[in-house]
Write a protein that binds this ligand. Sequence first.
Ligand SMILES: [Zn+2]
Length: 343
Amino acid sequence: MKRNAEATGQMVQLVRVARGLTQTELAKRAGLSQGVLSKFEAGAVDLEDDRLAALAAQLDVPVARLTTSEPTGGVLSACAFHRKRNSLPVSDANRIRANLDLRRMQVETLLPISEVGVTIERTSPSEDDWDNPETIALEVREAMCLGDGPIPDLVSAVEKTGAVVIVADLGAARIDAIGSWPTGHRPVFMLNAKTSADRRRFTLAHELGHAVMHQLPTDDQESEADRFASELLMPSNTIRDELTQLDLPKLVMLKPRWGVSMAALIRKARDVGSISDYDYKQLNIALSTAGYRTNEPVQLHEEFPQLVDHAIRQRLDDGEHFTELAAKALMTPGEFNAIYLRE
Ligand SMILES: [Zn+2]
């Protein structure tokens, strides 16, 4: 069968990067020269079937994963945003981005986009500030039928829009999340399992903000995504009156109600004018003095994605064998089991 050498080369590169391997490492394991692998990934040469099979074996994927050219279209150029804590080595960023693309391709075989539409729309902030991150967040809340109060389970609310949420060990503590929403696909958000529950909620809201507002990167995108997240989780008109006369005990009480950190509540209180700049500074000092800056009291309950699990369970209940699902997702049964069937 004639395959598209260029697309196959790109897919080998994507999976290799997702596995955290350099060209030299993969070539050595598969018994090729680095030069041949490099030319192959660039689409300059094709490989014999047995060499491709050797690559697939070393990458722990079926050969079909490598030869099925872009089953979902456009995913290789997915735009990705991440909330960096400090600096993230480029290789880590590439590995995580490649994993996001791979996970999207797997999930889309299990959850075709045609089955459920995506109920949120893209809206960019306008130059005149008519559409700003706060108004856009309120529109998204409305599309998500969230009312005007706290969001008890943000992951579930985001999944109801048709987006996919994945909580995974991103292997690099410095990245909180990554997300992408290529046209014609579901938004996919991958959150670092190592972050605290309150941070993870704010991060998911932040990534949702990127997905909705930032089809193209902008200078202000990080602050805009934070403003979106703050308004999505804490609508100003509802929370304003609750944020007066703030002190630490009151913040401890408000934290689980709104599902945000005490630090986020203090910032919100200043932003909506419930406290003065002086109070803002004093509360932050109190937070530091109590040691809450690095370790806040009150752990929020964890939120777990269910969309993909439900789809898989339903197909298993309908009589499909997990090896069939693995084959459809272009995964080895072992990896499918480890990622999607782990309880
Ligand atoms: Zn961001």
